[in-house]
Design a protein around this ligand. Sequence first.
Ligand code: PGA
Length: 244
Amino acid sequence: MRKVIIAGNWKMYKTRAQALEMLQKFLDQVYETPEDREIVICAPFTALETLSKGLHGTRVMLGAQNVHWDEEGAYTGEISGPMLTELNVRYVIVGHSERRQYFGETDATVNLRLKAAQKYGLTPILCVGESKQQRDVGEAESVICDQLEEALQDADQNNLVIAYEPIWAIGTGETCNAEEADRIIGIIRKQLKNADVPILYGGSVKPGNIDEIIAKPEIDGALVGGASLMAKDFTRIVNYSPAA
Ligand code: PGA
């Protein structure tokens, strides 16, 4: 049985005060969410300690948005696995397209970060996905397979989550249609040694499309950006109803 995961990616949004405000509203509303759904909030580093305290004793897991491959060192601006686990962080996003696009992340550094996450007891959420231009010239599948092959070299597939995030669907309001996301996620699953790795869809997931997305057989959950910032929207997303 594959795990269902709904993860919010807050990106560079929310001060600590704003994070706490959102959390209080959200926790008040998710008590009825079925237990078999893992809920994760991947917050900015500065909000992690506050959220760690606020989430203590709740079912919501804490995630971060990056991790360095060394335990410590002269790496200005980076954060290590032990710094995150000390705050009860369980998940970490690696290889998000915004990191690849704006901060020079490559498949090789994604692989180092992913293995470090596992080494220090975190579960990496590996993001893969093609650009519009790559899709238009028929390269979506090969781009994704290359990303997977490099990022997963020597990785432990028993402690792993993957998110398929077509770059053209992120923050644009243009969702990949559920059928196509399901097809690509099926291709991703065929590349894996462990068929039970949860594979999420990400890219303009909203209250209005989550039911259709989650109903697809290959899709095990969602990585949600913009719509995870508002308690009402994120609550509706975690309370999806696949039969609708
Ligand atoms: P979005 O972002 O839901 O705002 O499109 C998704 C992501 O970047 O993980």
